[in-house]
Design a protein around this ligand. Sequence first.
Ligand SMILES: Cc1cc2nc3c(=O)[nH]c(=O)nc-3n(C[C@H](O)[C@H](O)[C@H](O)COP(=O)(O)O)c2cc1C
Length: 366
Amino acid sequence: MAEETEKRKADHIRICLEKKAQAKRATPGFEDVQFIHRALPELDRQKIALSTSFLGKKLAAPLIVGAMTGGTNEATKINAAIAQAAEALHLGMGLGSQRAAIEDKKLEGTYAVARKKAPTAFLIANLGGVQLAHGYGLREAKKAVEMIGADALAIHMNPLQEAIQPEGQTNFAFVLAKIVEIAGGLDVPVVVKETGCGISAEDAKALENAGVKAIDIGGVGGTSFAAVEYYRSTNGKMMDEDFWDWGIPTVTSLIETTQTVKIPVIASGGVRSGLDAAKALALNASLASVSQPVLEVAVKGTTETQELLSCLIDELRNVMFLVGAKNLEALAKVPVVVTGKTAEWLNIRGFDTTNYAQRSTQTFEY
Ligand SMILES: Cc1cc2nc3c(=O)[nH]c(=O)nc-3n(C[C@H](O)[C@H](O)[C@H](O)COP(=O)(O)O)c2cc1C
């Protein structure tokens, strides 16, 4: 069982590096979100403040690296590179599912390396929601947190992946009750995340009521686990591509959830630039999270990882400059026009998209 998990983790890394395991026709929806350019930004770009606090921890910018890996030798190197970069830039990082190390203690180091290399960064432990329906509980949650000295625990929901994976586990009954138990009994906050299919308003509300302290929407438009499983299928029976685009696009999911819950929401799934991150933050995300593009640089090393993350932050700063936002509170108040399929979906679902456009442009402050 442990070996099988380890092999699956190695496959995921290889496929996400070598194949285009991204949504095909679906996009995250950032093209439907437009800022109003300010010819008069009336601020000094260098003085723009990007710092924020999230679940009680300070971050230098509202950016984290999403949960990816652990459990293999290669994962140790990847986690070390990401952790070092996150520490240097004062950002956050999610670790991949820690089930492998819960099944086999020898693998703990492949995750714990992150805390070693990032003694102060915001680290998020990770367990699969489906494991909660198969016997995992508070004990395993505590183990995962202790293993990396985590500041929070993410419980990932991946029903699509489990459904199409040949060895997938598909009993998701009573997962919510287990989330209530863990959220109530753990010393650190619990985050629930999707892994590329998005979170609806209804599920977000249920999670907030369950005591979850933040939601990571993980919308469709970036890495597709249906694509990853397609490339993993070796049993001769090629899977079709119908599910590569399954789910709620990132921007749609972000608007549904932020208009429904009061807890912080992380935007992820196809965030590929500082401009995407800025759009998510303007739509009231508390953080943006990037995964696959970071994997590509993390296999090269810490410097490359740090360069990519710095680039994203620099671009975010540029957008804030061009919309006249001196800090993240101001960015969340600038006018934003939401159009296209995203607006259509949201309007059918009863969410208001004109409210973002009707925000008044920032008044000048001297
Ligand atoms: C190689 C790889 C492994 C992943 N493993 C996990 C995991 O173990 N746990 C988890 O919660 N999400 C996992 N994810 C999902 C990411 O956290 C994220 O939700 C998803 O990749 C969408 O972000 P992206 O489009 O920026 O890649 C993984 C993603 C990748 C690329």
